[in-house]
Design a protein around this ligand. Structure first.
Ligand SMILES: CCCCCC/C=C/CC(=O)SCCNC(=O)CCNC(=O)[C@H](O)C(C)(C)COP(=O)(O)OP(=O)(O)OC[C@H]1O[C@@H](n2cnc3c(N)ncnc32)[C@H](O)[C@@H]1OP(=O)(O)O
Length: 719
């Protein structure tokens, strides 16, 4: 899987051959060792170039090998053999040099990159560190602060920045391998001692201890319990304080700890899950590889509130033509200004020209007549959306895909308003729509495979992680979220405080606990949804009836706060208090605590001690149980879909893989046992009843998450 040839008479060329990204699997590593021997023993060869086939240098170690017993020569030794070579070694970097790929290049004596190439050490994103000498060579080459930045964030740099940092020696706009061969010829016979990075001293800034202390603090804060970023800092600290041979030992030691941690498993599962969700399928048999997306040149957005504006920005940034329609003139003018600002800021950040000219604005719905796809983003109200869909059906040209940006409403009811329900599909964006990576693509029973494929393709163009899901109340994300929120309310009724619940969830790894998050997104949003479901009326706020709706336990706490005008950050008061409306810093609110006390007294509830474990089990297992129901009903095709939705749309801590992966880590039997326990304690909460799929999985011996689909497909087995 590595090829050798001699070019221009005196240059040995080693080409890595492992499509699609030339990952360094055992056979590639073995191939490099053998081809290197050939090159070094060929007396005609004066210098050697290493490149990758198909315009990609190397995407790093083969992540698929991580779960297996490693065979073949270890990458660290391969790189040492390259660095020790007595002929100049030149890395010709095209496409990407990531992880082990960049480490391989750092073992070479010279590096040349194409101007479009991207370089980086993204191991931290996989729960690892660059353990093939990356943490030891990079700081020696570019200095401790710059190396810490790249290694702890995993960010990619383009060739120009790599040149500026000193990672590469040259950048070319021409054929990289040809330029590398020229460079190799020009350095043939030159001494190599000063080119072996492992022999460089590591420049030590005078305030080294303070630098590492500050970095460690920053990283711990950002990591939210992830251990890899911390290990990355420790490894770079070894480079700065120890000789290379000891540093590389420390790097290995830290890597072994990470390698065997559940966090690395979770993050690697997420890497493959993120890619797996693009290979969507539906229960009716439609699939990504047999469904062709329709051609989309022009997209219309209807309704320019917060969501419509974000969607318009995200569309314009893809380079598509956009018609943005808002019937209220004042709102239209405001939207135009806001969208232009967002586009300008985004373009400035990315160093490109803003795409303002891609958008035309109109107060008239007739302006969308020639759009290929329409995204309706009006207020979340079924009657209003139905009216808009009737208008769309009348105005749009035949074959136009009609998409609704709804967070929970029935996509099929909207499809019924049109003559072509097969063209109707949900596109559930998350706020702010130009920033958040997640897109739920919702197919109804009549949505055509082509409509799903088109929405998925558009999501990809917009840089989203798109997940195809079935049509049900709340789809996947909000359906599970509802139970998470509800359990948190029940915990308050039983004696917890918002602070206690949030602390437990934040220690678990969420950026914000459920109550701080509700304050941020606005309590009124959920209130309106509950009213729409006839749940949020508290006119019967005394006695038992206030806490029972539609025959089940209900907590009106959120509704009662809204009735007081406490909508969260926007009003300066919610589950917490803020220094002013729009304030961001939450502080404990004595009013809220006495409100909870009088609420409990009024309803005869006796506060009891609640610990973090109960908070996690009640909030997370309720949600996970619903996840199993979603899988059983075929609303999500597999656990990966649910996990990707939760990580990219709901800030689930990445190093915990997602709710379904977490259930696998905890153990399905344990989750089942705790759900049974809570169901007995709370018989008025029917959804705590363990889902039959969970029971079947446990009865099947709790197979690993990668094998759940086999059990899902056999609905009646094992019981
Ligand atoms: C004690 C132990 C010592 C070990 C020492 C060595 C340690 C080294 C650590 C590492 O190198 S870890 C790996 C670091 N590299 C990465 O994180 C890069 C991951 N890949 C990417 O970021 C992207 O794939 C890409 C390379 C930028 C290409 O992106 P693109 O959008 O073009 O394609 P994708 O859809 O993402 O990928 C295509 C295809 O390739 C598979 N794949 C990508 N990278 C790897 C890899 N490193 N190993 C195995 N497979 C990889 C990906 O899964 C896709 O597969 P599919 O089947 O087509 O979905």
């Amino acid at each position: 899987m590595a090829q050798y040839s001699r070019v221009s008479g005196t240059v040995g060329l080693i080409t890595l051959q492992n499509p699609p990204v030339n990952a360094l699997c055992a056979a590639v590593r073995q191939g490099i060792v053998e081809m290197l021997k050939k090159a070094l023993s060929d007396s005609k060869v004066k210098s050697v170039v290493i490149c990758g086939q198909n315009g990609i240098f190397c995407g790093g170690a083969d992540i698929k090998e991580f779960g297996m017993n490693m065979s073949g020569p270890p990458l660290v030794q391969v790189i040492h053999a390259i660095e020790d070579a007595n002929k100049p070694m030149v890395a010709a970097i095209e496409g990407v040099a990531l992880g082990g790929g960049l480490e391989l290049a750092l073992g070479c004596h010279y590096r040349i990159a194409h101007s479009k190439a991207r370089l980086g050490l993204p191991e931290v994103i996989l729960g690892l560190l660059p353990a093939a000498g990356g943490t030891q060579r990079l700081p020696r080459l570019i200095g401790v602060p710059a190396a810490l930045d790249l290694i702890t964030t995993g960010r990619h740099v383009i060739a120009a920045e790599a040149l500026q940092l000193g990672i590469v020696d040259q950048v070319t706009d021409h054929k990289t391998v040809d330029a590398a061969v020229k460079l190799a010829q020009s350095v043939a016979g030159k001494p190599l001692d000063a080119r072996r990075i492992s022999t460089y001293p590591c420049a030590r800034p005078s305030d080294l201890d303070a630098l590492f202390e500050g970095e460690m603090q920053k990283v711990r804060q950002r990591a939210r319990g992830a251990i890899a970023p911390v290990a990355c800092v420790q490894a770079v600290q070894a480079a700065a304080t120890l000789p290379y041979t000891q540093g590389i030992e420390r790097e290995k030691e830290l890597m072994v700890t990470l390698f065997t941690s559940g966090q690395a498993r979770a993050l690697q599962y997420l890497f493959f899950s993120q890619r797996a969700v693009s290979k969507w399928s539906t229960p009716s048999g439609a699939r990504w590889d047999t469904s062709k997306p329709g051609p989309i040149h022009k997209v219309a957005v209807i309704g320019l509130g917060t969501m419509g504006r974000g969607i318009t920005v995200a569309l314009a940034q893809t380079g598509l033509s956009v018609v943005a329609v808002e019937t209220q003139e004042k709102q239209l003018m405001g939207a135009k200004k806001a969208v232009s600002n967002m586009l300008e800021q985004g373009a400035k950040r990315r160093g490109v020209a803003p795409t303002l000219d891609k958008i035309s604005y109109s107060p008239n719905i007739q302006a969308i007549a020639d759009a290929d796809l329409v995204i309706e983003a009006v207020f979340e109200d079924m009657a209003l959306k139905k009216q808009v869909f009737q208008q769309l059906a009348a105005v749009c040209k035949p074959g136009t895909f009609l998409c609704t940006n709804t967070s929970s409403l029935d996509v099929d009811q909207l499809a019924s308003q049109t003559r072509s329900p097969e063209l109707v599909v949900g596109m559930h964006f998350f706020a702010p729509a130009h920033v958040m990576k997640l897109l739920e693509v919702v197919y109804g029973p009549r949505t055509s495979p082509q409509a799903v494929a088109t929405a998925m393709e558009l999501g990809k163009k917009m840089g989203k992680v798109s997940v195809a899901v079935g049509n049900c109340q709340g789809f996947v994300g909000n359906r599970m979220l509802k139970l998470y929120l509800e359990q948190a309310f029940f915990l308050l009724e039983e004696g917890a405080t918002p602070e206690l619940v949030d602390r437990a969830l934040e220690e678990f790894g969420f950026a914000m606990g459920v109550f701080r998050m509700s304050d941020l997104s606005g309590l009124d949003v959920g209130w309106k949804v509950r009213k729409g479901l006839m749940l949020g009326e508290t006119d019967v706020s005394s006695g038992q009836s206030a806490r029972i709706r539609q025959g089940c336990r209900y907590s009106p706490l959120g509704d009662l706060l809204c009735e007081q005008g406490r909508f969260g950050q926007k009003t300066g008061q919610g589950w917490y208090q803020y220094d002013k409306p729009g304030g961001r810093v939450a502080s404990s609110d004595p009013w809220l605590h006495s409100f909870l006390e009088s609420y409990r007294a009024k309803h005869g509830l006796v506060a009891r001690h609640i610990d973090h474990q109960e908070v996690l089990e009640r909030c997370l297992y309720a949600m996970i149980n619903e996840g199993f129901r979603i899988l059983e009903e075929g609303i999500a095709a597999g656990p990966e879909d649910i996990d990707v939705i939760y990580v990219f749309g709901y800030s689930w801590p990445r190093h915990r893989g997602g709710p379904m992966f977490y259930a696998d880590m905890v153990g399905l039997a344990k989750v089942l046992e705790r759900l049974e326990h809570y169901q007995q304690a709370h018989p008025d909460v029917p959804y705590l009843q363990p889902c039959s799929l969970l029971r079947r999985l446990v009865a099947s011996g709790s197979p690993p998450i990668q094998r759940w689909r086999e059990v899902i497909k056999k609905p009646h087995s094992q019981l």
